[in-house]
Design a protein around this ligand. Structure first.
Ligand SMILES: [Fe+2]
Length: 259
């Protein structure tokens, strides 16, 4: 999906963020378990949308075609530009989880939304509300911490198994091999998690996260109005709910927020 120039720009963009994060985490404690980090969760804006490497990903025509088909409309919107990376030494599995949930009170999460007051339907009964597209700046192999993805679980109401409960076939259900420049598209309700990085290199999977045209949760601004104006018309349309007001300053920087 990406040209070699785009792969290089993305790899360099990731490396910049990784260097900044590791400078403030000498002990590699991570923010998604040891040696594991969320690109968004490490940013004061919860997003890397202020960085050109992530902005570039908004204008990949094949991705636009796929998302328009999956959502059945071109009016889907960006939620955030994020993703994650894991270092060599990430020897634990990340527990299986979903990236979206039914509404919970503000204290538990300020970002949930879907609520059926009758208690009949859950977000798992809806059409897909939220898609994540990961872009690979390097190969993903059996050894460097491929994502494990459990097919068909997007509508499941079963309890997501803990690491102790998880059967071996799920641990081995990894999305690999995939060469640099590939994308991974997933329904964020489906169960997934990181696996150990036994290689000698960082494995990054920067992403763009999109809401269906009919779905919205609270969104935090990730780009200044001035930078938003510099995007393509298509990208401006995608990012329309992530723009800070022209009178607002966007404070960017690195933080090691608790998971
Ligand atoms: Fe996740």
């Amino acid at each position: 999906m990406l040209t070699s120039d785009q792969i290089q720009q993305l790899a360099e963009g990731c490396q910049e963020v990784i260097d900044e994060i590791l400078a403030v985490d000498q002990n590699r404690r991570g923010n998604r378990g040891a040696h594991r980090y969320s690109f968004g969760g490490s940013s004061l804006t919860r997003s890397q949308l202020h960085r050109p490497a992530w902005q570039m990903l908004l204008d990949i025509p094949e991705v636009t075609t796929l998302l328009t088909a999956l959502f059945g409309s071109p009016n889907y919107t960006l939620r955030a530009a994020s993703g994650d990376f894991c270092l060599p030494g990430a020897v634990e599995y990340q527990r299986l989880h979903a990236d979206v949930r039914d509404w919970v009170d503000n204290k538990s999460s300020p970002f949930s939304a879907f609520h059926d007051p009758r208690g009949l339907t859950s977000i798992r009964d809806l059409p897909c509300p939220y898609i994540c597209v990961n872009f690979l700046p390097q190969d993903v192999t059996r050894l460097n911490g491929p994502t494990r993805q459990i097919p068909g679980t997007q509508n499941s109401r079963e309890k997501i198994p803990s690491l102790e409960e998880e059967p071996e076939w799920m641990r081995l259900s990894t999305v690999c091999p995939a060469p640099a420049g590939s994308i991974m598209i997933r329904d964020t309700r489906a169960w997934h998690g990181g696996t150990p990085n036994l290689s000698e290199h960082v494995r990054s999977i920067p992403n763009l996260e999109f809401y269906a045209p009919w779905f919205r949760e609270p969104i935090v601004p990730g780009i200044t109005y001035q930078d938003w104006k510099k995007l393509s018309e298509h990208a401006q349309q995608l990012v329309r709910f992530c723009v800070a007001d022209s009178s607002e300053e966007l404070v960017t920087g690195t933080t090691l927020r608790a998971p």
